[in-house]
Structure formats: structure tokens, C-alpha cells
Design a protein around this ligand. Sequence first.
Ligand code: C2E
Ligand code: MG
Ligand code: MG
Length: 456
Amino acid sequence: MRDKVFKVMYIRETGIINDFKLVCNDVKIFDPPVEITELEHRSIADHDGEIAIVPPVSTLQGAKSILVNYRVNQTSYVNALIDPDIFAEFHDYVRLGEVSGVFLVREDGKAVISFGALSEKDIPPISESVDHISHHHGNVFSIYKSGEFPLYAVVAASPAFILKHWRHDLVFLIGLGALMSLFLILIMKRNRKHRLNLLYEELWQAIEKNEFCVYYLPLLDMNSNQCVGAEALIRWQHPSQGLVLPLVFIPAAEQNGMIRNITQWMIQRLDLELREVLTQNPSIHISLNLSPFDFGAGQDQIDSNDLLFNGIPHHQIIYEITEHRLMPRHVPVVHETMAILRQKGAKLALDDFGTGYSNLSYLQDFHLDYLKIDKMFIDGIQSQSTSTGLIDHVINIAKSMDYQLIAEGIEHEYQMSYLKERGVIFGQGFFFAKPMPLKDFKEYLVNTNSIEKFKH
Ligand code: C2E
Ligand code: MG
Ligand code: MG
């Protein structure tokens, strides 16, 4: 849900309603669930599996939003709140006198959005038919039926505008519907850029205001039950949205160029906060997730020194790179950077193995140390002795290439037993531990490995 809200610029908030209470939204889980004050507005679809759309209502965050309501059953709904501003740019066309009305109309004829000189009453009857242009009360209406939702977009062009432009724009040939789609595409593009810029600002501020933090996911040797390291996972302690997970902002950071700053921040933070743990436990290592952009997979070249640590030894570092984000065209540049990091003693792991494009010869070009089997394959293990078979295949590939294997996302004991029986030694997942702040990770390390307590 968070992912959608961040990526789809016009969705403001999403929420799940159960027994007429808000159970969670894209920001957090409400425990106990929150009573919805404007219940009648928020639970309005009549039949299960139906979508209803409500004109702008005030939301918990105080802004007016269009409400899209999906009914799961009589007491459960999923709501998405849409920013009415997506129509803001139509105001310009209204102001210029080119358009005399813009409407978003439900099947029952009720307008969810309406502005311009005309009112809802001026709209011609909406029929079930597909897109059409109709002449009604001296205006030309273009009616466009949504393919996905029970909605019609209606635009009324003033006759003066049409007379003025028809020769140039061949309005009737293109059709106003097409013209409107064009408007919409332009607006979407502009807004998307705007959204990315906004996130760019927010991410800068997050660095400046120190809103990022690191959680550690322990890595276990499943034979000895000892903790052999941890994966460093970034979190964003957002001032209003709570703890935001990386999948929500890392892809955007890659698009808007902030990813390298984020990696820099991670390296500096790990340098600072892990010195004590790593010096006292020289056999433990920490893994850092990198993006292809950290290797210069974008336009400009990078300085591999940017990826080096100052305070902690590189032989205690594993750099992880995700398989599905690594394209064959990245090979030369990644290869070069990795060679430098390996010279320093660091190790390289291929993350989410099995989800990408790799063919085996191309994998070998990377000189990897570890393959991390993606959780998707671990999920395919159904009991201590049965699986979908895919996992066996992945294990055999890795063994034939002499890589060390790490199993990701182990949630059940039988998954661990299955993997151990097939020679997989390293594992991580919620069965062992969830990602945790440094303080808790130190405690976990002390308890799991029976070592002395840390002083700080
Ligand atoms: P990843 O590197 O594959 O990290 C493992 C993800 O799986 C983590 O999610 C972890 O919390 C989750 N996980 C581990 N065990 C289990 C389990 O048993 N069950 C379930 N349901 N989940 C499990 P997280 O922290 O949300 O990170 C998601 C991804 O974001 C990471 O996937 C990584 O690709 C990326 N990421 C995280 N931190 C950074 C960072 O500092 N830089 C970059 N570039 N990417 C990062
Ligand atoms: Mg990883
Ligand atoms: Mg992974």
C-alpha cells in the first residue's frame, strides 16, 4: 500500500476497513482499529467486489479527497483516496474559455468532479455506449468511458473554441476524446515529474535531518546456530508517515539520482556504528545492499572509492547486488568496480538469486562469492521433505558453480531443515529474527553466540 501511495502520484492514502473500523492505512497498522467518523462516505459500494466512487470528502489527514471504495464484503472495504488536484490543470483551459465544463461522472449520472461554467444538469444523458461526441444545449460534449472503472470523463468545449480551432487542430478528426486523453497524458507526465522532484527534496531533507536509520537482519550458520553476520537494511523514520520501508523510496531514489547519496549515508553510518561490534568479533561480517547505479550503471562514471569504508575492515564487508536489477550491459562497469572492492578484501553476493535474467556464463563473469536464494523459492518448500522442486534446481546450479549459498526469507523450521539437508549452511529470515536496530542486534549477538556483553 505504501508503495502504491509513493509511486502513484494521485493516490494520497489507502486504507483497509473491517467491521466499520480503519484497521490500517499505507502508513501504519491501527491497534486498536480506529472508528471512521464519516462512515457513510467510506463504505458505500452496494455489492461485494464492486467499486464505488465518492465526490471529495474530508479525510483523516484533513485534505479533501475523492474516495474510491472497493467492497470486499458487507463489513470489509478497501479505500483509496485520490487527490482532486489531478484535474487542476483543466482549470487553465476553462479560464482560457476553451473548455466550458469538465466532469467525472458516475454511471448513475452523478458528477464526482465538476467545474467550469456548465453544471452537472447540462451534461447530456450518459449512455452505456462507448466514447462519443454529442451536441447538447449549444455545447459540444466529448464523453469518454473508463475501461476499468464505472466512470465517464466528460469535457464540454465551447462552440467559439471549436469554430476557432477546428481547421487547425482537426478537432473533429482527432475527436475530443483523443484530445482529452492527450491532455491527461501530458498532465500525468508533468505531475509524475513533480512527484519525483518532491520526493527528491524529501530525501535530501531526510539525510540532512538524519531521518534514516539502519536495521540489522541476522545471518545464521544453520549448522552451528551461530550468528555469523547481519544484513544492513535502511529505514526512513518519516516525520508524519512513521517507519518507511526501502522498497518504497529506493526505486524513486534510483530514478531521481539520490541513490548514491543514500549509499554514501549508509557507508558513513555503518563505519560509525559498527566499529566496536566488528572489531570485537572479527569473524562477523555485515552486508550492504547496492544499486546498479552505485556502480555507474547510470549515465556518469563513478569513483569506486565512494564505496569504500574507512572505519571497518573490508574483509568483514559483503556487497550485495540484486540479480534482477543487473543487466548484461552493466557487466563491464560492475566488474571493474567489484574488482577494486575485492582487492580490498570485500566479498560479493548476488541478491534475490533466481528472479533475474542471469544465464550461467554471464553470472560467472561477476566472480561472486555468495548467491542469496530468493524468498520466493524458500516459500516453495512445503514441508521438511517436499517442495515445488524449483529450490532443488537452484541449489544444484549454485553448487555446480561453487558458490556459497545463503537462503533468504526462512519463516518455518521445516524450511530450515529442508535446506540444511541439501547442504545450505547460511540462512536468514523471520524464523530466526526480524530486522532490528543496532542495540537489539548487539543483544541478539551476545545471546546467540554466548559472547561478552558490549560496553556501549
Ligand atoms: P533484500 O536485500 O533482499 O533484503 C531482504 C528483505 O526481505 C528485507 O526487506 C527483509 O526485511 C525481508 N525479509 C527477510 N527475511 C524475511 C522473512 O522471513 N519474511 C519476510 N516476509 N521478509 C523477510 P526490506 O528491509 O524491506 O528491504 C527490501 C529491499 O530493499 C532489500 O531486499 C534491498 O534490495 C533493498 N534495500 C534495503 N536497504 C537498502 C540500502 O541500504 N540500499 C539499497 N540500495 N537497497 C536497500
Ligand atoms: Mg539484500
Ligand atoms: Mg534479497
